[in-house]
Design a protein around this ligand. Structure first.
Ligand code: SAH
Length: 387
């Protein structure tokens, strides 16, 4: 069982017996069959993750002092990564399992904290956790976001809203590697911005000077603007299906003074790719950053087929020697599976695909070696060459 190696999840099926009728959210001890102590955790009878583990020694209680130490450790990493913490720094401050706090995600956007609870037990301790965060960081405000499906999976009833301090401005402005973005933390997707792609945007920008770039699934313009502003791309077209995202993207192009080189269009990705191909359009660089394609193992095959079709279309739009930036945030798809999908795209399109950079998520979204699920993002920067 993975929890013997300090994986923080105990699934219902791994539990043989539950003693003393623990209440939802209460502290429990995980024991081996022979009665030997394994870990201390928090119980949730509604969740398939029946117990989340936080402590590996019998003596250390799961109390405010422990949460405080975990938060300190998490914050210390981000202070190291972002020594300045300017009013426009945005980063993930607490990354759930990867920071030993399974079920708590905290993003910092300047002076505001965006908090998400994905476990009932930490939700029940929210006053304590928010108090600790406020003491340590003195934010202007703390805003709660909730993930879809959390009521079903955790039995957690929460509504988005202000938890403390003042409401965040809309938009709120952040800066990333020299590019500025307006972010809607209240209604934007996730907590408003895809912070995990920060360093991938910079990496891609390094390849695009003077090039014609297509950014598919562009959201508020993350890659598109990194390419136009930082990378000096000649022309960028961004595609997304969400009109609110595109409104922000256009405003962000204005904000950075590149609106004359960047265009955004509303369309479904497949439709747009087919239409561009049929119109004979070609790009030097195509970026694909689709949303998570599956949450369940049973959807895996279909998701891989979806990635295959998207990537195949993208390859068809590339000039010879073009660059394909292919991303996947589906944690259930391993890097091996993802790259073997790229191999079959290469075969079908009769090109070679060379991976120049096999990238993951930015370091404020660390990967826990004990919890492989924390490594979810793939971003491969590839060269597509005629064989
Ligand atoms: N690349 C972005 C993040 C992309 S998130 C960045 O750097 O910030 C995925 C995006 O895909 C979302 O903006 C969502 O609106 C969009 N999307 C979802 N389904 C889509 C579809 N079928 N066609 C086009 N866009 C879609």
């Amino acid at each position: 069982m993975p929890f013997f190696n300090r994986h923080p999840w105990v699934f219902a099926g791994a539990i043989h017996r539950i003693q003393d009728d623990p209440q939802p959210g209460s502290e429990v001890r995980l024991l081996a069959d022979d009665g030997e102590f394994i870990a201390r955790g928090l119980f949730n009878p509604h969740s398939n993750i029946r117990v989340r583990l936080y402590g590996w020694t019998e003596e250390v209680a799961l109390d405010a002092a422990l949460w405080s130490r975990r938060l300190d450790a998490a914050i210390a990493l981000r202070r190291r990564l972002f020594p300045e913490f300017t009013p426009e720094t945005a980063c993930r401050l607490v990354a759930s399992e990867a920071d030993g706090l399974s079920g708590l995600t905290v993003d910092r956007y300047g002076d505001w904290l965006l908090v998400q609870f994905t476990s009932l037990a930490l939700w029940k301790r929210r006053d304590e956790l928010v108090r600790l965060l406020s003491e340590k960081l003195q934010p202007a405000g703390v805003w709660l976001r909730t993930e879809k499906g959390i009521r079903e999976s955790e039995g957690l009833e929460a509504a988005d809203g202000l938890v403390e301090g003042t409401e965040p401005p809309r938009p709120l402005f952040i800066e990333e590697h020299g590019v500025r973005f307006g972010v809607d933390v209240v209604e934007g997707q996730k907590t408003g911005f895809f912070l995990d792609q920060r360093d991938n945007r910079r990496a891609v920008a390094g390849y695009v000077a003077g090039k014609r770039v297509l950014d598919v699934f562009c959201y508020s313009g993350g890659f598109a603007l990194a390419c136009a502003v930082r990378g000096g791309a000649k022309e960028v077209l961004g595609i997304d299906s969400s009109e609110p995202a595109l409104a922000l993207a256009r405003a962000n192009a204005e904000l950075n003074g590149v609106a004359h080189r960047v265009r955004f269009e509303q369309a479904k990705a497949f439709d747009a790719l087919e239409r561009l191909r049929d119109a004979g359009e070609r790009f030097d660089v195509v970026i694909l950053d689709p949303p998570k394609m599956t949450r369940h193992r049973k959807g895996l095959e279909q998701a891989l087929r979806g990635y295959h079709s998207l990537n195949h279309l993208a390859v068809e739009l590339l000039v010879p020697d073009g660059l394909l930036v292919s991303c996947s945030c589906s944690g259930l798809i391993s890097r091996e599976e993802f790259e073997s999908m790229l191999a079959s795209v290469a075969q079908r399109s009769e090109r070679s695909i060379q991976i120049l950079e096999a990238r993951g998520q930015a370091p404020d979204h660390p990967v826990s070696t004990q919890c492989p699920e924390t490594a979810y993002l793939k971003c491969d920067i590839c060269r597509v060459v005629e064989p």
